[in-house]
Design a protein around this ligand. Structure first.
Ligand code: 5GP
Length: 139
């Protein structure tokens, strides 16, 4: 079954599309977490980051950057969060690869705050985590 975003791409359901090219599309998120909240998605359905072909990822990010800058210029937010919820544990609900562009405003009520565990992280924890990652990145 095609995803809700594919239905938007194929004009089966309406959306406020703001950008489109051969490979990507950007449209307003229906929930408008803040005014101007926009999604950038691939036209082809990839369920997540792992499935996104590496050859597409550079061009995808170019579109994210372009749309994010337009959002900034248009709505004058105090900042912009670029969010990719990849996987159920990260809050992904639509399994069709996309990024959220969420403009931020004073007192916008959004709370996404990274917790600081610096003080309980030992130097050997940093070292072993970094080593595991380096190994993974060599593959
Ligand atoms: P996720 O939870 O996968 O990171 O993000 C999916 C997003 O798609 C949600 O923020 C949700 O509001 C948005 N969304 C779901 N259905 C529709 C729809 O029919 N139209 C639009 N414009 N956005 C949708």
């Amino acid at each position: 079954m095609s995803s809700i975003f594919t239905k938007i791409i194929q004009r089966e359901i309406p959306a406020y599309i703001v950008y489109e090219d051969e490979k990507f599309i950007a449209f307003l998120d229906i929930i408008q977490a803040t005014p101007g909240h926009t999604l950038v998605a691939t036209k082809q359905e990839f369920s997540g980051l792992k499935e996104l072909p590496i050859e597409l990822s550079g061009d995808f990010f170019k579109v994210v950057k372009r749309v994010a800058e337009a959002v900034k210029d248009t709505f004058n937010p105090t900042g912009v969060n670029l969010i990719c919820n990849d996987g159920q544990g990260a809050g992904q609900t639509v399994y069709h690869f996309h990024f959220h562009i969420v403009p931020r405003y004073e007192n916008d009520g959004l709370t996404f705050k990274l917790k600081n565990h610096m003080h309980e992280t030992r130097s050997e924890d940093y070292a072993s985590r970094a080593e595991k990652l380096r190994k993974a990145l060599q593959k």
